[in-house]
Design a protein around this ligand. Structure first.
Ligand SMILES: Cc1cc2nc3c(=O)[nH]c(=O)nc-3n(C[C@H](O)[C@H](O)[C@H](O)COP(=O)(O)OP(=O)(O)OC[C@H]3O[C@@H](n4cnc5c(N)ncnc54)[C@H](O)[C@@H]3O)c2cc1C
Length: 414
């Protein structure tokens, strides 16, 4: 029975049934770019986008670092590598064309000690393989770029890393979608599926083709279509600390050499599009999907499912989850986070005050049979529907290029 018809003894309400050529679920950066790409390819098609919140970009797309990554973290065979360079260029051009904020501050990757030098070399090798502009420089040259930086002997400088304002980009894309006659339905949730019909909180839609870009809920929706059988989303919370030091007190992003075995980049300094300084994000296991803080977004079923999954990972220490979880949980301490950031750069001349910023949650996919985190973007689909399941960082950077690829896949394979 369809969810609006529940309630014994009540006469079923008349339910609106609409037909559309494309139905896109999720109004994040991916859903919006998919809608715009659908319009580019099919000027006459009817396109509907469902977003359960009142504003587009309410989850990962509006709660991230806003960094346009250059593309040197990822192995050359990955989708992340394939779309970072092009995605960075497309979003940079978009911001320039529309007059949106863009901070072309570049990025330094620094070494803590001698043990980090092979990691720097590996990033350089990956960068070259991916066609990314990247320079290996001395510690002295790094201090020319950013006088406060701390590094052991060498560093990498990435000139094409930049920052945008995610909220400005999302607002602009939403406006584009509306102007291009995409039916953007806010406050409208996908609830389930009955045969060809999709049940939403505002009626029934029968799509010609459905694309699921629902971020933290993409695996749940994919399962309704008999996909994502071997995968589940494991949410990881990213906390940020914002500094009150004056804009421009750091000149570039500063990142450590990450552990390349997991998809997180370690606590780093980020400059916002307007030059403010932030540190973060953490990668703390969350207990439910929209677990931003306290009991926000509380969902008992998710707590049980995700909590028991995490307990199993903790006990078996799959992919080093135990040490990752304890290391990350310690970052609830402001002192600990600031202390870690100090390994990357000396404190500002005037002592900075730090306050917590808005957290974001990564919709990180885990492959259940191997109990490993998926490192790359991941998708499944057929001639009726397509499901985007691991659009984690650098998904924002890649979005425009990646969404073109998604349509190529749909057109060529189905
Ligand atoms: C802390 C953090 C930092 C990051 N930093 C960067 C960065 O610096 N650079 C970068 O390139 N990437 C970064 N990322 C990754 C980037 O934010 C994501 O790759 C990108 O935002 C994913 O977009 P999306 O549209 O797939 O997901 P989302 O933005 O999460 O959008 C999914 C949408 O689907 C909606 N939805 C869910 N369920 C339903 C339903 N049932 N019905 C209707 N709507 C539904 C949600 O409300 C949501 O708006 C970061 C991510 C996080 C969490």
């Amino acid at each position: 029975m369809c969810p609006f018809q529940r309630g014994l003894g009540q006469r079923p309400k008349r339910v609106r049934v609409e037909k559309v050529d494309f139905l896109i679920i999720g109004g994040g950066i991916i859903g919006l770019n998919l809608a715009l790409e659908a319009r580019r390819r099919q000027p006459k098609a009817s396109i509907m986008l469902l977003e359960k919140e009142s504003v587009t970009g309410s989850h990962a797309s509006g709660r991230n670092s806003g960094v346009l990554h250059a593309g040197f973290y990822y192995t050359a065979d990955s989708l992340k590598a394939r779309f970072s360079v092009e995605g960075n260029r497309l979003l940079t051009d978009y911001c320039l064309e529309r007059g949106l904020s863009l901070n072309r501050c570049g990025k330094l990757v620094v070494a803590k000690d001698i043990a980090d030098l092979p990691g720097l070399k590996e990033l350089l090798r990956r960068g070259r393989a991916n066609g990314v502009p990247l320079e290996e420089i001395s510690a002295e040259d790094a201090r020319e770029i950013e006088p406060r930086v701390r590094t052991f002997e060498r560093a990498l400088f990435s000139p094409t890393t930049a920052t945008v304002s995610p909220s400005e980009v999302l607002a602009s894309l939403s406006q584009d979608a509306i102007e291009k006659k995409v039916e953007v339905r806010l406050n409208t949730a996908y609830l389930g599926r009955k045969g060809e019909a999709v049940i939403t909180s505002a009626g029934v839609v029968v799509p010609g083709y459905l694309i699921n870009a629902a971020g933290l809920y993409a695996d749940k929706i994919a399962k309704d279509f008999a996909f994502s059988k071997e995968h589940e989303i494991l949410p990881f919370k990213g906390l940020y600390l914002k500094s009150d030091e004056p804009k421009g007190s750091l000149k570039t992003h500063i990142y450590p050499v990450p552990d390349l075995e997991n998809p997180f980049l370690g606590v780093h300094y980020t400059l916002t599009a307007s030059g403010e300084v932030k540190i973060g994000p953490t990668a703390i296991p969350a207990f439910w999907r929209e677990h931003y803080g306290g009991l926000s977004g509380f969902n008992l079923k998710e707590l049980v499912d995700i909590g028991s999954r995490e307990l199993g990972l903790l006990i078996r220490n799959d992919f080093g989850f135990r040490s990752l979880a304890f290391r990350e949980l310690a970052k609830y301490s402001r002192k600990k986070m600031v202390g870690q950031a100090r390994e990357l750069a000396a404190p500002a001349a005037r002592k900075a005050r730090w306050h917590w910023g808005e957290p974001g949650i990564r919709a990180q996919l885990i492959h259940l049979p191997s109990r490993r985190l998926e490192m790359d973007f991941y998708h499944e689909g057929d001639e009726k529907s397509f499901h985007l399941l691991n659009v984690v960082s650098p998904g924002f950077t890649c979005s425009m290029a990646f969404c073109r690829y998604v349509f190529d896949e749909i057109e060529n394979k189905f």
